[in-house]
Design a protein around this ligand. Sequence first.
Ligand SMILES: Cc1cc2nc3c(=O)[nH]c(=O)nc-3n(C[C@H](O)[C@H](O)[C@H](O)COP(=O)(O)OP(=O)(O)OC[C@H]3O[C@@H](n4cnc5c(N)ncnc54)[C@H](O)[C@@H]3O)c2cc1C
Length: 461
Amino acid sequence: MTEQNSSALRVAVIGAGPAGIYASDQLIRNEEREVYVDLFEQMPAPFGLIRYGVAPDHPRIKGIVKSLHNVLDKPRLRLLGNIEIGKDITVEELREYYDAIVFATGAVRDRALNIPGVDLPESYGAADFVGFYDGNPRFDRDWDLSAKQVAVIGVGNVGLDVARILAKTAEELKVTEIPDNVYESLKNNQATEVHVFGRRGPAQVKFTPQELKELDHSDNINVVVDPEDIDYDEASEEARRASKSQDLACQILEGYAIREPKLAPHTLQIHLFEQPTEILEKDGHVVGLRTERTELDGTGNVRGTGKTTDWPVQAVYRAVGYRSEAVPGVPFDTTTNVIPNDGGHVLANSGAEHVPGLYATGWIKRGPIGLIGNTKSDAKQTTDMLIADAVAGNLTPRTHEGPEAIVELLDARGIAYTTWQGWYRLDAEERALGEAEGRERKKIVDWEEMVSHARAVPVCI
Ligand SMILES: Cc1cc2nc3c(=O)[nH]c(=O)nc-3n(C[C@H](O)[C@H](O)[C@H](O)COP(=O)(O)OP(=O)(O)OC[C@H]3O[C@@H](n4cnc5c(N)ncnc54)[C@H](O)[C@@H]3O)c2cc1C
């Protein structure tokens, strides 16, 4: 970080996912105030769900990190990783070092689904499985993939990611950045039938057309939709007319419903108008999923028909949405699971008044919906507000001066923080591991190993 004068603003951005990185970029590029940003991240590596959410067989999307590199290379931005705000440093403490704080802490956990049987051992949250296959050090390293028939609940892109990873072969995925432990588990995957369930119809699915189409790209997967599951009411037709993307998704589903079955070892069937009501158990293990048939009620919503079906499956994955977590010391709405805010300005729990100097952006601001691109416009709204507050003199100035003050605190606490230079070292190591096997990257999954590469002192010859 370059020298700065004391009239410059110092801002802490919490969370180095896309929202935090875009917000940091906008802050340091604004023309009204000189701003220096410290970007705090709890993981040893940056990029949030781009690294630990986007599926490994989506290299084009993962490639967004290349454009984010340009931001993190900038001199007024400093990455401080391996630091959990709220635990290693409190928000109250941070306020002494910064004029404003932007929370971009995203979401990593599963939203709850309250149906009987949800606590059975083979009932899995999608976020846990994603954390596993994307090599997040906070999640399990082994996964039981002995189920031959599997259900995935949820008709959004995360459900499709989970279904696709379960339906592909380990060899298909070996070319990606998956770590060895993930490949070893996937090699034992016995799933030949993957059933995806949604309670509403084709005009209500949340899949993006691209993800839906992509299912068919694997020679190992026969995608099936029952023609009975294609149905529209007046509101559904309106939804198709209103959204090109929704209409395209409907067309792709219709295409799957009418075509000849493809000869492939694995079947991935998308079931619509089937509302999951119970995960069935025998001797403490999953043996099926019960669903109730639904029908459109004319408004695009559905009602139950009372007709139930038991699907024999030995594992159930719940992809019904992600959930954000509270950061200690920051207001949090436990109903909507976001930081209460007014377009980005944090609001006190008790009511509508602003908490001076605190802002939110990304999934923690508006909930876990939307693509990486959406976080950019969202961040702009938040950072414009912050700069306007700074210009109006509405921020409470920091009491500690200079960029080194916070580093002294980290050092005094013995926190093994990682930096942007450290990411270059870890990145080089992962690329070297991948190159040795003819792929672009192989992820390092062990936390301590990540930190030790990131903090390694370069050898000068
Ligand atoms: C499984 C999955 C697949 C997806 N696939 C795609 C896709 O293919 N294409 C696409 O465009 N979008 C995709 N998305 C959506 C995309 O990931 C999100 O839109 C985006 O990541 C949200 O950005 P964010 O910065 O708000 O949150 P996140 O990406 O979650 O980043 C938040 C960051 O904050 C950090 N953090 C949290 N708490 C603290 C704390 N207390 N202290 C310090 N740091 C903290 C986290 O470690 C994380 O790095 C996918 C999402 C999921 C869940």
